[in-house]
Design a protein around this ligand. Structure first.
Ligand SMILES: [Zn+2]
Length: 245
């Protein structure tokens, strides 16, 4: 990390966390479930993320502070046990007021898209939908930020930068095994994962990330080896959101 960025981060990290943001953050069940040290870490990372990234409204959407906090919360949730620097090359977040159409994708309606390296495009209703249903295994914001982590590991190939050289072998073996089983509509992958994850390795990683965070108990029970690989990468074992009981 460059020294200017490091200096800025220290300065931003010392600023008081805005009162209004705290209210929004505290309404997120996964945040409430963190211990106080992790909550402090989360708030600091969120604050830096919001200061560093440019948020743009598209299609007439006016970005509010709350939108920034909610979107940043999803991004930070993924790297809470990793490092914020994984988003260093992400510079802008474009938010649409509705599902948007990618002119290059032949009429396909997208809810979110990490289409260029430095940009994430999101539909605000899809982000809200993800928040409202924290246990359905679908979350557009988590999905798109997982693509950013994947790309940071060099290309959209379903493999982010792993913690150790020795992790790549087991990762490739476990991921590809479940990926091919999903492609073949086999059980239990078919029950656990959206079929969209069978599209390619990058979508597989994004889809399993959504399920890892939102349906951890089922993933642990049905595909324990897949669960273990994701724990090793994300650095912790997620708990079922308290509101899902
Ligand atoms: Zn995707």
């Amino acid at each position: 990390m460059g020294w200017i960025r490091s200096w800025r981060r220290r300065r931003w990290g010392r600023r008081e966390f805005p009162e209004a943001w705290l209210k929004w953050v505290e309404s997120l069940p996964f945040y409430a479930a963190l211990d106080t040290d992790m909550q402090a870490r989360f708030r600091r990372a969120l604050q830096i993320f919001i200061f560093e990234k440019h948020f743009f409204g598209a299609g007439g959407l006016v970005i509010t502070e709350r939108m920034k906090v909610v979107i940043a919360a999803a991004a930070v949730r993924l790297i809470l046990h990793l490092d914020l620097s994984l988003y260093d090359r992400l510079t802008e977040i474009v938010v649409y007021p509705h599902a948007f159409r990618n002119p290059k994708a032949e009429g396909d309606i997208h809810l979110g898209e990490a289409h260029r390296f430095g940009t994430v495009v999101l539909s605000w209703p899809a982000v809200q939908w993800g928040m409202r249903y924290p246990c359905d295994g679908r979350d557009t914001a988590l999905h798109e930020f997982a693509h950013v982590l994947d790309k940071e590991g060099g290309g959209f190939d379903g493999t982010p930068r792993l913690r150790a050289e020795a992790d790549y072998g087991p990762w490739a073996e476990v991921m590809s095994q479940h990926f091919f089983r999903l492609q073949g509509s086999r059980w239990p992958e078919k029950q656990l994962l959206r079929q969209y994850g069978a599209k390619n390795e990058a979508e597989f990683f994004a889809v399993v990330t959504e399920v890892f965070f939102e349906r951890p108990h089922e993933m642990k029970a049905l595909t324990p080896d897949l669960f273990a690989e994701l724990i090793r990468f994300y650095g912790f074992e997620p708990q079922l959101d308290p509101s899902c009981h």
